[in-house]
Every structure is written in C-alpha cells, then in structure tokens.
Design a protein around this ligand. Structure first.
Ligand SMILES: Nc1ncnc2c1ncn2[C@@H]1O[C@H](COP(=O)(O)OP(=O)(O)O)[C@@H](O)[C@H]1O
Ligand SMILES: [Mg+2]
Length: 239
C-alpha cells in the first residue's frame, strides 16, 4: 500500500546528492601586481549543506564570496553552481543565474531606506518577474508579521538583519551567501538571528556559506572551515 512512497524516498535523495551546490576548483585571485589573496582554492559545498568559514581578517573570505556571487572575477580556476560553470555563461545568463539562485546577506544589512519592509523583501521577486505576495509570508517567518508598511528607520539592528534574511530567501535561492551577518549585532540578537537563518535555510532546502568571526555563530552551521593562506581546512582538533 505504501510502496509508491517508499520507492520515492529511496530514489530522490540519491539524485539530489549527485551535483554539489557549489564547487570551486583551483581558484586564484590577486589584486594589482603582487598581492595574491587566493592562491589555489578548492572547495565543495554539498546540496543542502550549511558551512561556516572563519579566518583572520584580510585572509580573503569576502573575496571568495564576491567571486562566487560574480561581483568580482578570479584570475584562474572555476566556479560551478549546481554543476554549471559560471564563467561559461554570457552576461545575461550569469545575471539570471545570480538573480534566481543566489541570496546575499551582508554585515551592514543593505536594506534600502526609502522602501518599506514589504518592498525591500519583495525586490528579488520583482527582479525575477514573480508575484510579490510571498514577501508578506517571509516577513511573518522572520517575526515581522504586520510590519510590511514600516520603513527601515523604525527598526533595530536585529530587526533590520531579519528583513535582510527575508529578502535573501524570498525567491527560494538554492545558495545563500552571508558575510558576517551578525557582525553588527549584540550577542543575544545574534543568537536569535542565527537560529532564524538556519531554520530558514533548512526549511528552504538551500545550501549556505556564512563567513563569521564568532565561534558561537560558526557552531550553528553543519561544518566549519578555517581559511588561511593555503586554503580552507577543518579546524585543528582540540587535545
Ligand atoms: N578591491 C580590492 N582591491 C585591492 N585589494 C583588495 C580588494 N578587495 C580586497 N582586497 C585585499 O584582499 C585581501 C582580502 O580581503 P577580504 O577578502 O576582504 O578579507 P576578509 O574578508 O577575509 O577580511 C585584503 O588584503 C584586502 O586588502
Ligand atoms: Mg570580509
């Protein structure tokens, strides 16, 4: 009687796990003539995986996120998102992929001050030609139900970051990039925002990379990697 269901459950996860959400192969990025920021970076993010990246200031964490987001380009190496090499795409296709598949969250929120919360969250939907209705749903999901007509100036830092999370997730992106999303928040608010971020990532079945300086924040991810001059590595084991 339940045979259909059982077959489905044994097949689907296997198919989903074949293509990683993100693969960086031999990424090299230097600025100007001398400064090599990423020398030869390899990194794979499984579908549905949530990774935290830590590491000293200036080591190249934001650079890596910017390359993945297509905000900057690598000197060599490749980046595959859902198996597609983004450097093989023309500008239109790359823009489309970014709009549909990526969600960004920044330390400084980047919420637009002259738009209402509803309008801020609806932006990715409008860019994708989708109906803005889901924006209310996401505002409710981040605890801002009924606040859609408020403007960002009426919000606390924690509330602002919750709006940014709603905006980053509203169009159901498959890859979330968060650069120090709790860097401007007090510890209690940070804790709240991280729990919410994780819950929303997992509820959407998205994959995510969060850059953070906080060990407590990193602990909310599935896996922690440390960036150093020779790439990304698991933390040294405590003895
Ligand atoms: N646009 C740029 N031009 C020149 N140097 C840059 C630029 N962006 C970043 N850098 C340099 O690259 C290095 C890595 O920066 P970044 O990725 O922001 O580090 P992190 O996010 O780990 O603190 C730093 O030395 C920084 O000064
Ligand atoms: Mg940075």
């Amino acid at each position: 009687m339940h045979a259909d269901l059982e077959i489905k459950h044994t097949v689907d996860p296997a198919i989903d796990s074949i293509v990683p959400a993100l693969e960086c192969r031999g990424l090299r990025k230097s600025y100007g003539h001398g400064r090599v920021v990423l020398a030869h970076l390899d990194f794979t993010l499984a579908a549905g995986e949530y990774v935290a990246i830590m590491g000293d200031s200036g080591v190249g964490k934001s650079t890596l996120l910017n390359l993945i987001a297509g905000l900057d380009s690598a000197n060599s190496g490749s980046i595959l998102i859902d198996g597609v090499n983004i450097s093989s795409l023309n500008d239109d296709a790359a823009t489309l992929l970014r709009r549909q598949k990526l969600g960004f969250i920044f330390q400084a929120f980047h919420v637009l001050p002259h738009l209402t919360l509803q309008q801020n969250v609806a932006l990715p939907l409008l860019l994708n030609g989708a109906s803005p209705e889901r924006a209310s749903e996401l505002l409710a999901a981040v605890g801002l139900d009924g606040r859609g007509n408020d403007f960002p100036r009426q919000l606390s830092g924690g509330e602002m970051q919750r709006v940014a999370i709603a905006r980053a997730l509203v169009h159901r992106p498959t890859l979330i990039l968060a650069d120090e999303p709790t860097g401007n928040l007090d510890p209690d608010t940070a804790h709240e925002v991280l729990a919410l971020l994780r819950q929303e990532i997992k509820a959407n079945g998205a994959s995510a990379i969060m850059v953070t300086h906080s060990a407590a924040a990193a602990a909310s991810a599935d896996r922690i990697l440390i960036m150093s001059a020779d790439g990304l590595h698991p933390p040294a084991e405590k003895s």
